[in-house]
Design a protein around this ligand. Sequence first.
Ligand SMILES: Nc1ncnc2c1ncn2[C@@H]1O[C@H](COP(=O)(O)OP(=O)(O)OC[C@H]2O[C@@H]([n+]3cccc(C(=O)O)c3)[C@H](O)[C@@H]2O)[C@@H](O)[C@H]1O
Ligand SMILES: Nc1ncnc2c1ncn2[C@@H]1O[C@H](COP(=O)(O)OP(=O)(O)OP(=O)(O)O)[C@@H](O)[C@H]1O
Ligand SMILES: NC(=O)CC[C@H](N)C(=O)O
Length: 587
Amino acid sequence: MPQLRLALNQIDSCVGDIAGNAESIVHWTRHAAERGAHLVAFPEMVLTGYPVEDLALRSSFVEASRSALAELAGRLAAEGFGELPVIVGYLDRSEKAQPRYGQPAGAPRNAAAVLHRGGIALRFAKHHLPNYGVFDEFRYFVPGDTLPVIRVHGVDVALAICEDLWQDGGRVPATRAAGAGLLLSVNASPYERDKDDTRLELVRKRAQEAGCTLAYLAMTGGQDELVFDGDSIVVSVAGEVITRAPQFEEGCVLVDLELPAAGAVPSGVLDDGLEIEHVTLSTEPVARYEPEVAGGYAERLTDDEEVYTALVTGLRAYVTKNGFRSVLIGLSGGIDSALVAAIACDALGPANVYGVAMPSRYSSEHSIGDAEELARRTGLNLRTVPIAPMFDAYMAALGLTGLAEENLQSRLRGTTLMAISNQEGHIVLAPGNKSELAVGYSTLYGDSVGAYGPIKDVYKTTVFRLARWRNASAAAKGGTPPIPENSISKPPSAELRPGQVDTDSLPDYDVLDRVLELYVDRDQGRDAIIAAGFDPELVTRILKLTDTAEYKRRQYPPGTKISAKGFGKDRRLPITSRWRETGRAEN
Ligand SMILES: Nc1ncnc2c1ncn2[C@@H]1O[C@H](COP(=O)(O)OP(=O)(O)OC[C@H]2O[C@@H]([n+]3cccc(C(=O)O)c3)[C@H](O)[C@@H]2O)[C@@H](O)[C@H]1O
Ligand SMILES: Nc1ncnc2c1ncn2[C@@H]1O[C@H](COP(=O)(O)OP(=O)(O)OP(=O)(O)O)[C@@H](O)[C@H]1O
Ligand SMILES: NC(=O)CC[C@H](N)C(=O)O
C-alpha cells in the first residue's frame, strides 16, 4: 500500500490580512516540505481569515483573494515547493450563474484550491452552507456542486469543507461512491464547550459512511467573538483515532497513512448532483531532511481548563489583532473583575494589564485590599482613583437620589476608565458575566463600558468554578494562585449603596443560572421551565428581567463565545417586542 505523509497545518489566520496569511502559508509549507510531506493542507478560508462576513459582498476583496491565491501558487513554486500539492481555503466567485439560488455568475464562494507546480490544479466550493447560530453563509455564498478528488502519491483523496461533514448527504456518501482512499476536510469550526466530543463522534461516523480514512483539519486562534480551538483529528474507516492534535495550539500535524491504492479514475454524477472532478497530480519528492515526527495523540484538557483557555485565546486574539498591547480593568476586589484580570494576565502578560481601584464612600475596606492583593499575586499594574470628589460635584449639580445616585458611581468609573484608555492607549475590558447580561444587572455607560467582554458568555456559577480552577492549577504547578481567596468567598456585591449584596435584587446564582440556561441557551418557554421544577413566580420574574434587558445587551461590547448560545449572533431577538412568555407586555 502506498504511504501518504499528510501535513495538516492547524494554524491561525487574521481576517483581511491576506498578505500576512499568505506569508504564514509559505512558512508552514516550508516546514511540511522539510519533513517530507506528500500533501499539505490549510484550514477553511485561511487566506482571507474566517469569517469574513460582509467583506464577501465586496468584489474588491474577492478579487484580492483570488489574485493572492494565484500569486501564492507562483511563490510556492519559486520557493521550491512546486511539486508539493497544497490545499488552501480562500474566497472565490462562481464562474457560472446559479439559477437554483437566484444568483448570477460572479457570486461569492467559500472555496479551496489545490496549488501545484506554480498553478491552481483544482478549485472547489463548500457544498453545504451553514446558516444557523453564528453562521449566515446563505447570505454570502453559492454552494459548490462538485466532488473534488485529487490523486496524490497513488491515493485518491476526496476534499470537503467544514459544514460538508455536518450535514447528511453530499460529499460524504459521494466519497464512498467515488471509491476515494481518504476524505480530507478543511475547517474553521468555532469553539463551544464540549464541541470537541461532538466533532470526534461526527468524524468517526462520517469516516464509516465515506468508507475511508478521514482527516479533519481545524483552525486555531480567535476572531472577534469566536475562538478556534484546533483539535485536528484523523480517524480510520473503523473510527479509530489515528492522530489527535492539541487543543488551542498552532502547529503542523504530520501523519503517515496507510491507504488503499487508487484504481480506475472515478467519474460521473453522484448523490446530490455532485459531479466528480478528478485531478491526478504527479509529484517528485521535495523532502530535504529526514522526517522527525508523524502522528501522535495530544491529551484533552479538562472541561474547566478548556473553557479558561478559550477565554485567554479569545481575549489575546482580539487585543493583538486589533493592534493593542495592553488592557485596563476597574478592579472592585470582586470575583468578576478578578477573573477577567487573571485571564488578561495569562493572555497578555501582567506588565500589559492595568487595574484601577475606584473607591466610593460605599466601598468596603476589603474592596481595595482585595484589589491590592490581586495585583500582588499577579504582578499587574494597579493605581487608585477615588471617585468621591467627582461624585460630590455631580450630586451638587444634579441632586440625584435612589437608583440615579447609585448608577452615577458606576458611570463615573466608566468615564474614568475611558479617559485613562484615551490617554494611555489601553483598551477597557468590561467584566460583566452572562447571568448579569441576561437580567440586565449592569449600568448602561457605567460598568458596561469597554471594548471587549471576556466573560460575557460565562454564567456566574461558572465564574466561581473557573476562578477556583485557575487557583488550583497555579498551586499544583507550585505557583501563586492569582485570585485572592476573599474575592471568591465573599458574597457578590455591587457596593453602590451601604451593605448592598447581589441577592437583594437577584435570586441565588445557582437557581438563576439553571433557569437562564433553559430560557437563553435552550429557548424554552415559561411553562416548560416551570415544568422542569422551578417556582412559577421566580421564573416569571427572571424571564421578564431577561426580556426587558435586550436593549442593554445590544449595547454591550463583544466578547468570547463559549456556549452554543452566546449573546451575539447566536441569539437574535427584537429589542422592541411586546411578546412576553407571561402574556402581552403592559407598556
Ligand atoms: N427599551 C429600552 N431601550 C433603550 N433604552 C432603555 C430602554 N429601557 C430603559 N432604557 C434606558 O436605560 C436606562 C436604565 O438603564 P441603566 O441606566 O443601566 O439603569 P438600571 O438598569 O435601571 O440600573 C442598573 C442596575 O444594574 C445593577 N448593577 C449591578 C451590578 C453592578 C452595577 C454597577 O453599575 O457597577 C450595577 C444596579 O444595582 C441596578 O439594578 C433608563 O434610564 C433608560 O434611559
Ligand atoms: N471600587 C471599585 N473600583 C474599581 N472598579 C470598580 C469598583 N466597583 C465596581 N467596579 C467596576 O464595576 C464592575 C461592576 O462591579 P460590581 O462590584 O459593582 O459588581 P460585580 O458584578 O459583582 O463585579 P465584581 O465581581 O468584579 O465586583 C466591577 O467588575 C469593576 O470593574
Ligand atoms: N465553518 C463551518 O462550516 C462551520 C460549521 C460547523 N457546523 C461547525 O461549527 O463546525
